[in-house]
Design a protein around this ligand. Structure first.
Ligand SMILES: Cc1cc2nc3c(=O)[nH]c(=O)nc-3n(C[C@H](O)[C@H](O)[C@H](O)COP(=O)(O)OP(=O)(O)OC[C@H]3O[C@@H](n4cnc5c(N)ncnc54)[C@H](O)[C@@H]3O)c2cc1C
Length: 475
């Protein structure tokens, strides 16, 4: 096992905090650097902060990320519930209206936890910064320090700390999508990583509401009406803790939702189902609308560098950032931290760790990328820069998803599990593949006449375990 004296993590959001937790197992000392003060106490500690402009947008955590975070910070799931976050079965208790039809509901093991992102980040922060060997400092990272022969990173240039620099045995970049580290690397004499983009130009307008008892159809914790290429606007209403719900209005392919309440009512009326307008008529608004626009999926190919300095690793959105509708970012952050921690523990020295971490993270990022890009590709306006449109197989997957409102609980659970575990092998389970192949052969499309847009289906009898699908226990 490698032991290191001092690890420096640039960025103290989800990827940075989780990486610090993972590094604290092998490093004597971990310093987390953020341009914001990372508050632990007081009412502002659980509010959105400047360095994370997406903080007020709805954030749902995939099951894979949740598992990894629980491994890194045991007990965090229960702490979230104590903080008022809400847990429910994402297949049975959440209804989705997609492409003109409701997806069926069945009890499953796909339990998700919903929260407001600043509360979640604070819950992680107070756990990580309570570790005896982790400390946070305020500062702006502006570059890397190289060894004399520039073969190794030996620290970071940080504005705002005494001496303007921090020195350590390992530097981790977790500064997010806008990370400058490709240029920092160039300053040390290395090539920048190749960048890939699949742009879908999407926008959110998010606010919170209190819904009275009975506003949502019976038994539902939340509801969504999805965008389609024919009507590129959608809304998701999801619990966000302490009895409140996030209303996330969104638009795809350069179509943006309104940014003021006056225009919202008309917007809801124009969705693929009038149910959102109906539910929200009963809501009490508890926040302003916070808009956010972003171009789409961005990937930096850190794993493909021919030459890299030792002791410098990049994680989180600084590696890959996706169309957020698929909720993959925090999970990739958790995977990055896990791979980093595990690789360091197994390695005999820091040398070689950077290349090994980026390679493994690249493989995981490719899976997430294919899922996101496969789904975005249904919009003909998607723009591909340095990236291939999805393969026929990925398009099949996207079509299987669109057929998931069928009465076959196995397919419904497999589709959701693929997203929540970022693992397409659920769709390859024989019990699922057989049905999906039949649909694809017969050119099946969702049956838009199957249900009333104002009446989500009841929960079907029975239970489908996603784990059983992979083990072949469902036939
Ligand atoms: C609209 C929207 C909705 C989203 N919804 C979801 C969702 O539902 N589920 C999900 O999993 N993900 C979602 N994401 C993605 C998610 O926000 C990120 O993947 C997640 O925050 C992990 O990012 P990160 O820690 O790498 O970077 P960030 O969260 O962006 O944090 C970067 C940190 O680095 C600091 N920093 C930046 N530059 C410097 C510097 N030079 N020096 C010092 N500090 C610096 C910042 O202050 C900040 O704390 C969404 C994103 C957007 C934009």
């Amino acid at each position: 096992m490698t032991t290191i004296d001092h690890a420096i993590v640039l960025g103290g959001s989800i990827a940075g905090l989780l990486s610090a937790a993972a590094l604290a197992r092998t490093a004597d000392r971990v310093t987390v650097v953020d341009r914001d003060v990372l508050l632990l106490d007081g009412p502002e500690a659980t509010l959105s902060r400047r360095g994370v402009p997406q903080g007020d947008q709805v954030h749902h955590l995939l099951s894979l990320g949740h598992q990894r975070i629980e491994d890194l910070l045991p007990g965090i799931s229960e702490e979230l519930i104590e903080l008022g976050c809400e847990r429910y079965d994402d297949v049975a208790d959440f209804s989705q209206f997609v492409a003109g039809a409701w997806r069926m509901r069945v009890r499953s093991d796909l339990i998700v936890t919903m929260f407001r992102r600043p509360v979640f980040e604070w819950a992680l922060r107070r756990r990580v910064l309570a570790l005896p060997n982790v400390e946070a400092v305020k500062g702006m990272a502006v570059g890397l320090l190289g060894s004399e022969d520039r073969s190794r990173v030996i620290g970071a240039r940080v504005r705002g700390v005494p001496g303007g620099e921090l020195r350590g045995d390992l530097v981790v970049d977790a500064t997010g999508r806008g990370s400058r580290s490709p240029y920092w690397l160039e300053d040390l004499g290395y090539a920048r990583p190749e960048e890939r983009h699949v742009r879908i130009y999407m926008g959110y307008s998010t606010y919170t509401v209190r819904l009275p008892e009975g506003a949502l159809p019976k038994g539902l914790a939340g509801i969504s009406v999805s965008a389609t290429p024919a009507n590129p606007f959608g809304v998701a209403i999801r619990p966000c803790g302490n009895g409140l719900h996030d209303v996330a209005a969104y638009g795809m392919a350069g179509n943006y939702p309104p940014e003021d309440f006056a225009a919202m009512e008309g917007f809801f009326e124009g969705l693929n189902s009038p149910i959102i307008a109906q539910v929200l008529k009963k809501a009490t608004v508890t926040s302003e609308i916070v808009p956010y626009r972003m171009p789409g999926n961005q990937r930096r190919m850190w794993e493909d560098l021919d030459r890299r300095p030792e002791a410098f690793v990049v994680v989180g959105d600084a590696v890959t950032s996706f169309n957020p509708i698929y909720g993959q970012g925090m999970t990739m952050a958790a995977l990055g931290a896990t791979v980093l921690g595990d690789t360091l523990e197994k390695a005999g020295s820091v040398t070689g760790v950077a290349g090994a971490v980026q390679a493994e993270l690249g493989t995981l990022a490719q899976v997430a990328w294919d899922l996101a890009v496969g789904s975005d590709s249904v919009y003909p306006q998607s723009e591909y820069e340095n990236a291939e449109p999805p393969s026929a197989r990925d398009k099949d997957r996207a079509r299987a998803q669109s057929a998931a409102q069928s009465a076959e609980g196995t397919v419904r659970v497999a589709v959701r599990a693929t997203a929540l575990y970022m693992d397409p092998s659920f769709l390859e389970a024989p019990a699922v593949r057989e049905v999906v192949d039949r649909w694809l052969e017969t050119g099946r499309v969702p049956d838009a006449s199957a249900g009333d847009p104002l009446d989500p289906p009841a929960v079907t009898e029975g239970y489908v375990g996603s784990a059983d699908l992979l083990l072949g226990r469902v036939v």
